[in-house]
Design a protein around this ligand. Structure first.
Ligand code: HEC
Length: 160
């Protein structure tokens, strides 16, 4: 074996007598493989919880349900969504009518809101840990007080 093989790849001991490196055990290779595994994991996590650096998403607001909260879907959630969200996020809109709003993010029903309420909190609500204003992307925007109420209503598990 040629002594110059040692060290160069961090795996010279695995060099085949023919001089061809058997790279299976090489540290460099593991490192490269691990970093692509990490990329894939990061991408999968980002699909679930929002991609880091994506300005649309902020952290969870940590809003809490005030004892005696009177917010309901009827008196708060529905009018809030209709004022600020359903012109893009509605099950009645298709294709370009959605202005890019993703499928299954339809806020014209309580069911549709509950399905992605964590994402709504992380894009639109306000609470002790964060004021998230990634949504709506344009048009009339909720006041800070309305964003706080949204956080509270979600924290109260969105009573009808
Ligand atoms: C003008 C159209 C428009 C309006 C109005 C709007 N959105 Fe969006 N929404 C979008 C678009 C476009 C995206 C995709 C943005 C992206 O992923 O960068 C999006 C993405 C989202 C997402 C993230 C979806 C995901 O999981 O990737 C949530 C949650 C959301 N909007 C909630 C809301 C809420 C709540 C409102 C009302 C306060 C609202 N949006 C108003 C267009 C809109």
């Amino acid at each position: 074996m040629n002594p110059t093989d040692f060290g160069a790849l961090g795996c010279a001991k695995l060099s085949h007598p023919s001089g061809e490196a058997l790279q299976a055990g090489c540290f460099d290779n593991y490192a490269a493989e691990w970093s692509s595994v990490k990329l894939v994991l990061a991408f999968a996590a980002c699909l679930l919880t929002g991609c880091p650096g994506d300005p649309v998403f902020g952290p969870p607001t940590e809003a809490t349900c005030e004892p005696g909260s009177t917010l309901t879907y009827t008196n708060f959630g529905k009018p809030f969504m209709e004022t600020y969200c359903t012109r893009c996020h509605s099950s009645e809109l298709v294709g370009s009518q959605r202005h890019g709003a993703p499928s299954f993010h339809d806020f014209d029903s309580l069911f549709g809101i509950k399905a992605v309420s964590e994402h709504i909190d992380e894009t639109t609500a306000a609470g002790p840990a964060a004021t998230n204003d990634g949504m709506p992307v344009d048009g009339p925007t909720p006041t800070l007080d309305e964003r706080r109420q949204l956080g509270e209503w979600i924290a109260c598990k969105m009573p009808p």
